[in-house]
Every structure is written in structure tokens, then in C-alpha cells.
Design a protein. Structure first.
Length: 717
């Protein structure tokens, strides 16, 4: 009889025991990790896609890496995080030991790649920034920090910061990603702070959401920030912009309170040649004066204040509620508060606002009487701009609502208009407003209130093809222009009824300057609503995206806000974040496209592939809600107002294809074609004899092709 030997139980249990002990050792080593003591240790390294990286797994290895850059001149070494980095045993605490800035001076500029690989650094403390001076080859990507006490991530960025999340709550932090940006910051998301303090490069596809953090006034020197003083100014993306901010949005969750300062939804100040393009602000703001006497306040839904040659293009501001307390002199604009380009003898424009839309409600504005001091204050409020000096405003529109809470005192003056309260030019360069319209709603008609349908006062200005809704204006005797000096002209500047402004005839008026010019094709008809730009997509897309309906815009007796945006149109921060810890990867070549955040597009430019799109279910819900509102509005409108236009005959269609810089038109059936640039300037006009025509342009950009009453947007690259 053969005896069978059973496997030894101890051997089986020994293997299981070894595995369990190994797992427990890992758990306890994480649970009882020691606070960093300032020590250094050399990390391991590995090659990824032919590039050598140090794999950082601890604060000591990060300190070693900083030493190599700062002291040994290894400016081009690369690093990648291998796991979350914990400076403290308790992730809710911040280290008391200062971590060395990587690239601490202009003699030790860091010019390598630092890949966060989706991991997070907890509890880091620095007297300045995590990265100081950086070169043009510097790349910071897939990075995040929490519970870290730093002023900013990068002091002077000359390279690229991308696909990263700022959700820190450090006590000193003033801007999420860079103090001064000379390079590029793209596809980044800031939860508590703006994107940069000063932008001199490019900020693209970035979003700031949540409670806006305190900004500070400081300067960078020797690896540390000095003179840290809280400043009053607030902005969603950057305090100062001298470069370009494109496809960015700021959407605070709660009302932002600004004490004794300026506010700009995207930027407080846009300096010479600064550009803000295709950006969105959506939120509630309170400007609070904590001084004993009135102070100067400036508010802009996109930019608070500008200087010469700045541009604000294709941007949208939804100011759901604005409260201003204790204002003295002030400028408030749905897009820009104070546009000022005046320099003695200069021919530079104060700036351009083009293709933009503002929807702003002022719930309260209080300026006390100062009869004892003999001081009088003026407050300028415009749907697009409060005050504009040497400016060009075109193809833009606004909806301005002034609530019952506006009380500036009988000794002061309140000037308001649907577009610009006060516009001024100069003998060497006039200001101008063209191809635009505004809607102004108010029940306030105090003796010290001054209203203008388009503008209250204009000097050295050219006003052409500009309109306001006279059917819902208070007082009903308001003129399109309150005061026009002898150096200004106006052509087709009128008040029109709501029914006319919501008709196809009004679209034709805007596009042709009431028949004086060729058809620009910039504006499009929206049944039951005011017209929108062709570049903003279809009427259904626009009005459902922003939760607007004709009833909210044409009800003359209501002072309720029409700027509310349905929750489904606001993208949540969770959908915009880079991958979670469960999706972390050490591969530097793997980019997290979900971290990019772009506002709803209102330009014809293609958004990057990383743009976040609302889910189809929420889009359907929002669309159906908007359609219900719109149909209700149409029913009410038809009973109270009659439209005086006749339905246009069916329009001829055509096919359009783009290949590089060439536009090919087919099935044209004759007619004329006109091509306009993004600012509405005619660049091509020609008759079409055959069924197929190709037109090649020389300059890349966005264009509108107009033929037989149909407009289409194209992008040439």
C-alpha cells in the first residue's frame, strides 16, 4: 500500500503569513510616517521614453533634488513623483522646516522637467515658491499640492505649466501656479486661488472655481517673497495681464467679497497690449468699503481697468448680483469698468471690446451723502463699460438691470447707460461704438440719476449703428445719447421696441448699418429673443447653455435678474480635475486631458481636445427647460405685442469645405460671397458664376463666410 504525503500546513500558512505581515508593514509604515527632519537622500532613477528621471518618493529625496539644482549646477535634471509626498505624519499639518526652492536664484535657473504623475505633495513649507527661477525648457505637469504653506508654485515661469490642479489652502498663497508668468500655463484648475499674479505670457484653457483667495502685494528676491501685505484687489485668473488670457473662466461658488479695492472677473488690470479672449465670468460680487469715508471702486465683469491697446474679445460676463457699499467715485461695467488709453499726445487706443456680451444685475449700490465735506461723487455704470477713453466697442451687447437698492444719496450723481455711461475720445483719435445694442431695465428715476439709452455722454466719439430697447426703459423719455458734444457724430443711433429688436429686420440692420454698408454676417436671428453673434453657435445652444429665455429679457415690469445660469451649465470642479489617486501613473508621457478647463465657447475657434463638455443628460435637461421657458415667453409675447415683420423667403444653401488656408464653396447656385474677419472687417467680396469656387486667404484666423443671407464660421490654420 502506497502512503500519500499531504502538503505541510505550516509551509502554506508561512507564505500567507509573510504576505499579511508585508501588507501590515506597509500600512503601519504609512500610518506612522515620521515628520520630515530636513535630511536629504538620493532617489533612484529610471528612463522614460528615452529621458532620465529621478523618482522622488519622499521629502528627503525632494530636498536632495533641490540641492543638486541650486548648489551643484544640475539645472537640467528631471524628476517624477513615484507616490504622494508627505512632509508630516498628519496630512492636515504643514511642516515647520522650510523646503529649498528649486532654482533659487538667477544663477541656478531650473530648466528641466518635473512630472507630478498625478500625485500630491502634502504639508510642504517654503518661504517663497516651490520653483523659483525657471528657463524656457522648464516643464511642470500633472502636479498638485495640499496643506502646503507657499506663496506660489513657480516664482518666475519662463517655461510650461500644464495639466495641474491647485487646491491648496496655504496661509500665504497669492496665486496658484505662478507669481509672474512669462511662459505658458494651460489646462490647469485652481480651486482656491487665481492662476497667476502677473501674466506676461499665455494662460490658456484654465479655470478658477470656488472661493477666490486673498491676493497679496509682494516682490520676489533671493528665493523668498518679502513685504507680504494683503491687497484689496481680486481677480479670477490674474491680477495684472500684459500677455494673453484665452479660453479661461472664473465661477465662484459663493459671493466674492472685495474689501476696499478693484475686482475683475478675469483680470483686475490689463496693461498695454494685453489680450483677454473667449473668457467667462459667472458669479456674485460684493464690493465692501471698510473705510470711514467713501472710496474709489472699479468693477468689471471681465477686466476692471485697462490701458492703451488692450483687447477684450468674444468674452461673456454673467453678474448674477452686484452689491456695492460705501462707493465714492466709481466705474462699473459688465465687461470693463474703466477703459483708459489716454497718454498725452498718443494716438493709441484705450482698447477694443469686440464680440462680447454682459448680463449684469446691480442689487444694491450705496454712496453716502457728504454734505458736511462739500464733496460730490459720480458713479458711472454701463452694461459694457462704465467709462471709456479712446476705445473701440463693436459687435457687442448687454443686458443691464438696476435694482431698487441703488441709493447714492441726493448729493451725488448716478450715470447709467445700456452700453457705456461715459465715452470720450480726443482730437487725434476718436472713440467709437458700432454694430451693438443694449437693454437697460430700472425702476429708479431719482433726480440725481442720469440715463442714456446707448451712452449718457459722448465727446470726440463716432457712434454708428447702435441701439437700445426703448420699450422697457425708465424713464420712457430717455434719449439714445444724453449729451453729445460738437466733436462727435451719430448715425443710426436709436431706440427700438422689443418686438423690432427681436425681429429678422433688426439683424439685417445690425449687419448692414441700416443699409449703408455691405452685410457683415456677424449677427444672427433668434426667434423670440434678441439676436446673438454667429460665432456663438446656434440660438438654441446659446440660450439653453446660459439658461436665458425671452421672458426674462423682455418683461419690462420685472427687475428680477435674467442672468441666472442653470446648474447643469456650470461644470463642476470634480469633472475638471486630473486623474484621481486610483488612476495615478508614473509615466511622464501620459497626459491627463481631463484637467483642462475651458469656458463655454462663444468663438469660432476650435477648443482644445481637453475641453470639458457637460454630460448629454444634463444638456438635455437644460435644453428642455430652456425650451419650456421660451415657449411660455412666446405665448405671453404674442398676446401683448405684435411683430411688424414678414417672414423671409427660404434661403439658398451652399456647401463649404476648409483645407488649410483655402475655402472651397460648392453648390453655390450663383450669388455673391463676402468673407469677414473676426472683427467684422470685409476681406473678400466677389460674385460667384460657377457652382464651385475656391478662395485662398493669407492670414490664419477666424472668418465668417456670408452668402445669400447665410453665414458660416471657419478657422484657417
Amino acid at each position: 500500500m502506497t502512503t500519500q504525503t499531504r502538503p505541510s500546513c505550516p509551509s502554506r500558512f508561512s507564505a500567507i503569513k509573510a504576505i499579511v505581515l508585508s501588507l501590515l508593514a506597509g500600512v503601519f509604515s504609512m500610518a506612522f510616517a515620521e515628520d520630515w527632519d530636513g535630511s536629504t537622500s538620493k532617489p533612484s532613477s529610471k528612463e522614460i521614453d528615452g529621458v532620465e528621471y529621478y523618482v522622488i518618493t519622499s521629502p528627503s529625496e525632494l530636498a536632495w533634488f533641490a540641492y543638486q539644482v541650486n548648489e551643484n549646477g544640475e539645472s537640467k535634471i528631471n524628476a517624477i513623483l513615484g507616490n504622494d509626498i508627505h512632509f508630516m505624519d498628519n496630512d492636515s499639518l504643514t511642516s515647520k522646516i522650510s523646503s529649498s526652492t528649486i532654482g533659487v536664484s538667477n544663477s541656478s535657473v531650473y530648466d528641466g522637467i518635473f512630472d507630478g504623475a498625478g500625485f500630491t505633495i502634502f504639508g510642504l513649507f517654503s518661504n517663497g515658491a516651490i520653483f523659483g527661477y525657471t528657463g524656457e525648457n522648464f516643464i511642470l505637469r500633472n502636479f498638485s499640492v495640499k496643506k502646503s504653506n507657499v506663496v506660489t508654485w513657480v516664482a518666475l515661469n519662463h517655461g510650461l505649466i500644464e495639466n495641474s490642479i491647485e487646491e491648496n489652502d496655504g496661509a500665504k498663497q497669492i496665486a496658484g501656479f505662478a507669481y509672474t508668468n512669462y511662459g505658458t500655463i494651460k489646462n490647469c484648475f485652481a480651486k482656491n486661488f487665481g492662476i497667476a499674479y502677473t501674466n506676461r505670457g499665455l494662460i490658456e484653457n484654465c479655470n478658477s472655481k470656488g472661493a477666490i483667495g486673498a491676493f497679496y502685494s509682494s516682490y520676489y528676491s533671493g528665493g523668498a517673497f518679502n513685504k507680504i501685505e494683503q491687497s484689496a484687489d481680486r481677480a479670477g485668473i490674474a491680477i495684472s495681464n500684459y500677455g494673453k488670457i484665452k479660453n479661461c473662466a472664473f465661477e465662484p461658488i459663493n459671493k466674492v467679497v472685495v474689501t476696499n479695492g478693484y475686482f475683475g472677473g478675469i483680470s483686475v488690470y490689463s496693461g498695454k497690449n494685453g489680450i483677454v479672449e473667449n473668457c467667462l465670468f459667472n458669479g456674485k460680487i460684493k464690493l465692501q468699503n471698510k473705510e470711514s469715508s467713501p472710496i474709489h471702486m472699479v468693477f468689471g465683469g471681465i477686466v476692471a481697468s485697462t490701458s492703451e491697446n488692450t483687447q477684450i474679445l468674444n468674452s461673456i460676463a454673467f453678474v448674477e448680483s452686484l452689491i456695492v457699499n460705501g462707493v465714492g467715485d466709481g466705474s462699473i461695467g459688465g465687461i470693463v469698468g474703466d477703459m483708459d488709453g489716454y497718454t498725452s499726445g498718443s494716438a493709441d487706443l484705450g482698447g477694443i471690446v469686440s464680440g462680447s456680451y454682459a448680463n449684469i444685475q446691480i442689487d444694491s449700490l450705496v454712496s453716502p451723502n457728504n454734505s458736511n465735506s462739500g464733496t460730490y461723487y459720480n458713479v458711472y455704470v454701463g452694461g459694457i463699460a462704465g467709462e471709456a477713453n479712446l476705445c473701440d466697442l463693436n459687435n457687442s451687447r448687454s443686458n443691464l438691470i438696476i435694482g431698487e437698492g441703488v441709493n447714492i444719496g441726493s448729493k451725488n450723481f448716478f450715470y447709467a447707460s445700456s452700453l457705456v455711461a461715459s465715452i470720450q475720445g480726443a482730437s487725434y483719435n476718436n472713440s467709437q461704438i458700432s454694430a451693438s445694442y443694449g437693454v437697460l431695465k430700472t425702476k429708479k428715476n431719482a433726480k440725481n440719476h442720469r440715463y442714456g439709452g446707448v451712452t449718457f455722454e459722448a465727446s470726440y466719439s463716432r457712434l454708428s449703428n447702435v441701439y437700445y430697447d426703448k420699450a422697457i426703459s425708465i424713464p420712457d423719455t430717455m434719449h439714445a445719447v444724453g449729451k453729445l458734444d460738437g466733436n462727435s457724430t451719430q448715425t443710426n443711433v436709436l431706440g427700438k421696441t422689443t418686438a423690432v429688436m427681436q425681429s429678422p429686420a433688426f439683424v439685417e440692420t445690425l449687419n448692414t448699418n441700416a443699409g449703408l454698408d455691405d452685410d457683415s454676417g456677424v449677427w444672427q436671428y433668434c426667434e423670440g429673443n434678441y439676436p446673438i453673434l454667429v460665432s456663438e453657435g446656434t440660438c438654441e445652444e446659446f440660450y439653453s447653455k446660459f439658461g436665458l429665455s425671452s421672458s426674462s429679457q423682455s418683461n419690462s415690469s420685472s427687475t428680477e435678474s435674467s442672468s441666472s445660469i442653470s446648474s447643469s451649465s456650470v461644470e463642476s470642479s470634480s469633472s475638471q480635475a486630473p486623474s484621481s489617486s486610483s488612476e495615478k501613473s508614473s509615466s511622464s508621457s501620459k497626459e491627463d486631458s481631463s484637467s483642462s478647463v475651458a469656458p463655454p465657447s462663444n468663438s469660432s475657434e476650435e477648443q482644445s481636445s481637453s475641453s470639458v463638455v457637460p454630460s448629454s443628460s444634463s444638456a438635455k435637461q437644460e435644453s428642455s427647460s430652456s425650451e419650456a421657458k421660451s415657449s411660455s415667453s412666446k405665448a405671453n409675447s404674442s398676446s401683448s405685442e405684435k411683430s411688424d415683420f414678414v417672414m423671409a423667403p427660404p434661403q439658398k444653401t451652399f456647401n463649404l469645405a476648409v483645407n488649410g488656408m483655402t475655402i472651397t464653396l460648392s453648390n453655390t447656385q450663383g450669388g455673391n460671397v463676402r468673407i469677414f474677419d473676426a472683427l467684422g472687417h470685409l476681406v473678400v467680396a466677389k460674385p460667384l458664376a460657377g457652382t464651385t469656387t475656391s478662395i485662398t486667404l493669407q492670414t490664419p484666423g477666424n472668418y465668417i463666410v456670408r452668402m445669400n443671407g447665410i453665414s458660416r464660421s471657419v478657422t484657417l490654420k
